[in-house]
Design a protein around this ligand. Sequence first.
Ligand SMILES: [Zn+2]
Length: 598
Amino acid sequence: MAGVLDQATVSRIQQANDIVDVISEHVSLKKKGREMVGLCPFHDDHRPSFNVNPTKQIFKCFACSAGGDVFKFVQMRENLTFPQAIERLAERAGIKLERRRPTSHESRVTSDETDPNKLAKVNAWAAKYFQDNLRDQIKGKKARDYVTARKISPESEKKWQLGLAIDSPDDLIRAAKAKNVPPKLLDQAGLTAGPNQDKFVNRLMFPISDVTGRIIGFGGRTLDETGAKYINSPTTPLFDKSNCLYGLDQARHQIAASETAVVVEGYTDCIMAHQFGCTNVVATLGTSFTTGHARILRRYAKKVILVFDSDTAGLEAANRALEVCLSQRIDIKLASVPEGKDPCDFLLAAGKERFEKLLEQATDVFQFKWNRLTESFGRDDTLTGRKQAIEEFLQTVATALWAGNLAAIDRGLIVSRLSKIIGLDSKDINTELAKRMGRAAKAASYNVENRKVQSIDWGQGLSATAQREILEVLLNEPKLFETVKQKVAPEVFDVPILRQIAAILFEALNTDAGVSLKDILARIESVDVSNCLTELARAGEEKGNFQSRLTGAMDALAGYYAQKRKSQIKTITGDQTKFLRDVYENTERQNPRNLGMT
Ligand SMILES: [Zn+2]
């Protein structure tokens, strides 16, 4: 337990946050039997390995062994401590927590670490402050004129919480001081650029939310055309622009429903698309499309349509994004708006239907690449130029083949077309492709997201296996605890991770014989312990045969200790001696085979 709240409150918060609802904010889940499955957000998942059990209220990844209850999911997903996750989910469910003074240990731990919950609160406060500025009759006049000129409707302005950082170097800092917002938090949230210097000055403010809707950063557009046109919050513990997409919280339902995500570049492009009723649109935050973006979208969408400018820079950006998506095994198409227009202008000038038409007619990856290849052949007749163009094309085809994004029939067609244009034999092209597929696989393996889950040391030998079996059984058949506790004490478990779990489990079962898995998980602070416990529960469930497995495991354990007792009898003292004598006698009586160390 976190030591912050009583167990009853923790349970109440756990119950108020349905695990399927919470996880669905981050991963698109599909029903499969009694469970829900999706792509795991904790490893580079390409088949749905992530299972959520709505009845048990637990999740489990079969590939990376992440697992636990709703608190653990939030802890891992948002990098929070256990108390922070409790606080976060209490807030989500609208449960008020009584503030308790932190113990000296806790305050020492938290004093120099940033609390993401607090940063989100400061951001929410600042967003509200900026909004009030924009609505202010006098202060907000010029910015409101700009919003009107950009044809952003009052509804959109409200929905996207647009705001204004007025033309004064330290307006926000002074406002924060007046409201007793700690200056350190303002710094940590990236809202300052130095002492007495706001980060955002004279800018139209676009709050950036994470997928759960809390504000994690800001984008600001200049209102006097000085400095960069757009600036974003710096990277903070909450905000990393290469890993977040503007509008995802608003768009994710429609993206999941249509299995298609449309990606534009700018804030206003995204806002305007939603204003016109295209609600599966998100925006990158003035950065190029990253692997991080692709990974996020992959969890919600099967297909990505990238809308880009048809100028040279736009083409290059599209080309790079395409490579990223291919290597992430995303089906990507490209749609270009007529030159000189951004999607926002285009929507305003041409309307929703033509915009949708544009998306429908989006170019397939190979067509796009083919066009690039043939164009560069027409343009560049030097050997190097042509060679480069072919190389690029071949690599794309190889990546797609490796990722399973290209059917054999398409491969045949592409190879024969390519053979004609470059005058190389089909067989040679196929050999080249095979070589490059190896390269694609290698490149992808470098991209694997750092696993947040440690590999687990389950111990070795018969005794460790027996210990594991006992826990696996108890987690599925708690009523067998009566038998277990007469013969086995939690101290018998000598594999560190199993000992930790045994201690928690024995304590829980001693207080409540009918305790459920999620109740036990709600007592655990450590993500690693939670992963292991969920793994034990799952393995146990799969194996079944609880009674006979328990008997076998207890016999084996007793035999092991009997053996150990023979060799170490003199060094053993106290309670343990008594326990071992008991199990020894039991073993000789019940198990004539005496398994020993075999
Ligand atoms: Zn996983």
